[in-house]
Design a protein around this ligand. Structure first.
Ligand code: ATP
Ligand code: MG
Length: 559
């Protein structure tokens, strides 16, 4: 991959550097805490690269901890895909995978501790009443009539809730903090709800489940996390995070640090909305190559290196810096594949060319570099004969002067081969072009023609040896940069009807050995990746990763 230096800001890295230098911290322990309710997306990749990246860089540890406090929405398939995606990105968590549910027993004991300290109580208000009593940003809350229950009664009621003797919604456990705090999160937040649901880790053991707020900081403390890095929407939860840590006998005092989440142009980064696209069959599953999921990017042809480079390029700031140009993401993969993808010639919309001065059965084979700058990629064999395919786009019947490809009476060079001239256009009964009859100038192999300039070069494949391939031409899933900006409008309205166009093309025979997930530059067309699901039993299906034109590199040059 090209060694561009990125000096994008990363305030957390700077901060940790300083802590280690001044001895305020001796080891860095971070964690990545996904909720197993969907597949990871490019926004999560930012968080993964940050948390695992810091651990890697400072010789610390990064834990993988499933934040599994909501039994209703969580599933094992999500747990599995999350682990696979992290490994694929090239990261390894320290020790065993952790689950917040591993700490349910300890959290329960800490809830009892708060009750004994007079800092928690069981509340019988309904969810609606709780909301109403909580007040608003401009109005203080009111205390629940159950707020002054005695310690013994609270302990007994919590036991009853745990034992499954209380119906859902009838009682909750709340912290007793401050009903008039300007921070609504401190107005007696909920610690436990009754939920008679099966959990993918703990089965039917629990009838009550802790809230995210009551779980997260204490889990961090149990695991000895030093830097609990999260996105900005948790900023207002920080006082509560700290309140729990200071009122409980926790073994460590982690610190919460917030950063701005990634927003990416033409893309959704909400698991809930991505799940809708899957559930409504707008896309072909979570790993559809148009999805911004890590598994979708992978199937599209993205490499781990490109995603990691993109995350480095965008940097880490506290302030929200708006929508990231998707050209930055495509730039990252393009520059990786430019250096590392072998070349091949493929024709996406074949039109037959008959070379009338080449004998029937004539065969030539060219030895062509696998990559123009990578000797280690060796040579590939490109056969040439009397009949070829070229792309329909590379021929024009009434060509303007500046059209430097094939036209009647005009010459063009076949890449790696001869210069040919179009002598005759053969049409079918309905007027469509069926064949081009051309002739070869045999004196042009590896040298310029005598006495004239031929500007254009086009790609081609030998018809006899060509391999039929299916090519899936992917484009952005949405036609607007912020598909979910308008809260009242439906993002479905902005779906791009041309986000997938499937064509049947012809490829040079060297592609016969293309393995699933192998990536190529199809010369003059772009970068393509053999589909990991469809390429079985010798079938060749390629996904377009990106085209060749790099608008980000251009912007950088101008800027
Ligand atoms: P959603 O609300 O869309 O389902 P989430 O943020 O709740 O997503 P989690 O599974 O809780 O999803 O996320 C795990 C970690 O990834 C969290 O620390 C979260 O802050 C971080 N994360 C999620 N989305 C982004 C994003 N767009 N940019 C950076 N970090 C993100
Ligand atoms: Mg979340």
């Amino acid at each position: 991959m090209s060694s561009e230096i990125t000096n994008a800001p990363n305030f957390i890295r700077n901060q940790i550097n300083e802590e280690l230098e001044t001895g305020r911290q001796s080891k860095v322990v971070t964690r990545f805490p996904p909720e197993p309710n969907g597949f990871l997306h490019v926004g999560h990749a930012k968080s993964i690269c940050l948390n695992f990246g810091l651990a890697e860089q400072f010789n610390g540890d990064c834990h993988l901890r499933f934040d599994d406090t909501n039994p209703a929405k969580e599933e094992q398939q999500y747990v599995d895909s999350i682990k696979e995606d992290i490994h694929w990105l090239g990261f390894q968590w320290a020790g065993e995978v952790c689950y917040a549910s591993d700490y349910f027993e300890q959290l329960y004991a800490w809830a009892q501790h708060l009750i004994r300290e007079g800092k928690a109580y069981v509340d019988d208000l309904s969810p609606d009443e709780i909301r109403e009593y909580r007040g608003t940003l401009t109005e203080p809350g009111r205390p629940s009539p159950y707020r002054e229950r005695g310690v013994e009664e609270n302990l007994e009621l919590l036991e009853q809730m745990r034992a499954g003797n209380v119906a859902e919604g009838k009682k909750v456990l709340r912290a007793k903090i401050d009903m008039s705090s300007p921070n609504i999160n401190l107005r007696d937040p909920i610690l436990y709800r009754v939920r008679h649901a099966e959990h993918h880790q703990t089965g039917n053991t629990w009838k009550i489940y802790p809230s995210y707020d009551f779980t997260h900081g204490q889990s961090d403390a149990i695991e000895g996390i030093t830097h609990s890095i999260c996105t900005l929407e948790f900023e207002d939860h920080r006082p509560l995070y700290e309140w729990f840590l200071s009122h409980l006998p926790v073994p460590a005092k982690p610190r919460q640090i917030e950063f701005a989440r990634l927003k990416l142009g033409y893309t959704l980064t909400s698991k809930r909305k991505l799940k809708l696209l899957v559930d409504e069959n707008i896309v072909d599953g979570w790993d559809d190559p148009r999805m911004p999921t890590i598994s979708g990017l992978r199937r599209r042809g993205y490499t781990p290196a490109a995603i990691r480079k993109f995350c480095e390029m965008i940097g880490v700031t506290r302030a929200d810096s708006g929508v990231v140009d998707i050209a930055m993401l495509t730039h990252a993969i393009r520059s990786d594949l430019e250096d590392n993808a072998p070349r091949a010639m493929c024709v996406l919309d074949p039109i037959k060319v008959v070379l009338t001065n080449v004998a029937e059965g004539h065969q030539e084979v060219y030895e062509v570099p696998g990559h123009p700058a990578r000797e280690d990629m060796g040579l590939r064999q490109v056969p040439f004969g009397r009949e070829l395919y070229i792309d329909r786009e590379d021929f024009m019947e009434d060509a303007p002067k500046k059209f430097f490809r094939l036209a009647p009476g005009k010459e063009v060079r076949l890449r790696n081969s001869y210069v040919i001239r179009c002598d005759e256009v053969i049409k079918g009964s309905s007027g469509e072009i069926s064949e081009l009859h051309c002739s070869v100038d045999f004196d042009t192999l590896g040298k310029n023609p005598e006495g004239r300039k031929v500007k254009g070069v086009i790609h081609w494949v030998s018809a006899e040896q060509a391999l039929p391939i299916e090519v899936r031409l992917y484009d952005n899933l949405f036609t607007v940069e912020q598909p979910d900006r308008d809260k009242d409008a439906d993002f479905f309205d902005h779906l791009n009807p041309e986000s997938l166009v499937i064509v049947q093309g012809m490829a040079e025979p060297s592609l016969a050995k293309a393995q699933p997930e192998s990536r190529y530059q199809f010369e003059r067309l772009g970068y393509f990746c053999a589909d990991r699901h469809a390429c079985i039993d010798g079938k060749l299906v390629f996904n377009r990763t990106v085209g060749l034109r790099d608008s980000w590199a251009k912007i950088k040059k101008k800027g």
